[in-house]
Design a protein around this ligand. Sequence first.
Ligand SMILES: Nc1ncnc2c1ncn2[C@@H]1O[C@H](COP(=O)(O)OP(=O)(O)OP(=O)(O)O)[C@@H](O)[C@H]1O
Length: 345
Amino acid sequence: MDGTSNGSAAPITLERVGKRYPDGTDAVNSLSLDIPAGELVVLIGPSGCGKSTVLRMINRLIEPTSGRILLDGADVNSGDAVDLRRRIGYVIQNTGLFPHQTIRANVATVPKLLGWSRRRIDDRVTELLDLVGLDPARYGKRYPHELSGGQRQRVGVARALAADPVVLLMDEPFSAVDPIVRVRLQDEFLRLQATVRKTIVMVTHDIDEAVRMGDRIAVLSQGGTLQQYASPAALLSTPANDFVREFIGSDRGIKRLTVLPVPRDGLTSVSTVDDVQAGPSVSPGSSLRDALAALLDGGTGWVAVRDDDGTALGVLTPTQIALAGAAEAESASVPAQQARPSTVS
Ligand SMILES: Nc1ncnc2c1ncn2[C@@H]1O[C@H](COP(=O)(O)OP(=O)(O)OP(=O)(O)O)[C@@H](O)[C@H]1O
């Protein structure tokens, strides 16, 4: 994906953006950020560092007091605000669904405002409920309180995607659900993103969520000060400073295993182990963390890397996993999508 609009996604550029509230609070101070089309960028940082303010400046719910925000090259504050928001889906914590409207009506909100025909709206709502994994026949006529928190969150995503926006803004979208549902929703969302490829800006407090989901992560400190902007692998291998290092936590070595794929080269020959067919295995797209988990579960001291057709390419030992995890991560300028393992669990 290059940095230009591709019809279904558009790049966002923040140029020295600042927001000073009338009481003198500098919520965001001269923040510059390039968000390429079709990438998922996570904003993370301590409470009150300005994450939500940045998000709400992008869709013009808040106006910057300095600098500019460009969507597909055009200043978001120069055109019509309603037009702008039609191009930007917004998903918030606790979904913000209308409680007295059915799920179908909730998802249909923006298409209705746009004056789409009834038929087109019906088709689109059905398509979107399917896309987020909710059976339209079963859930479409229910009201939000008749769904679980995770299901409501999916409806929130479907509603935000309804008019095919070029950007999706997500403010702590998964924080209101329990940790297990949360991981499932994150995985589902990544699969959805692989299909729709929107430009997504997501705010979270959770570094594991950031590492799992982000193509790039922007770590902010108070006043919206950018401390580092890098792929998860680069952030974990080379934190820019003590602030980032502390923010990531002491287990960054383990976290790195989640974002690095098993190597294809330098595997140990299968001839060095007994009965490779009976032992644990992972696919070449798996993460090093998956490989370590399979190795530990298998109790064999090794894990085979097996192609789709079942051919064992070789085996990995604990030492090899440790060395691959410690290898220098790719530079932050390389799109992180290329580095993310296909299965992250
Ligand atoms: N209307 C306002 N007037 C004055 N200060 C405000 C206003 N809204 C937000 N702030 C301040 O701006 C700063 C940034 O707020 P923001 O909500 O963007 O932070 P955040 O990083 O999203 O926080 P959290 O993670 O706790 O949600 C905070 O210090 C907050 O108190």
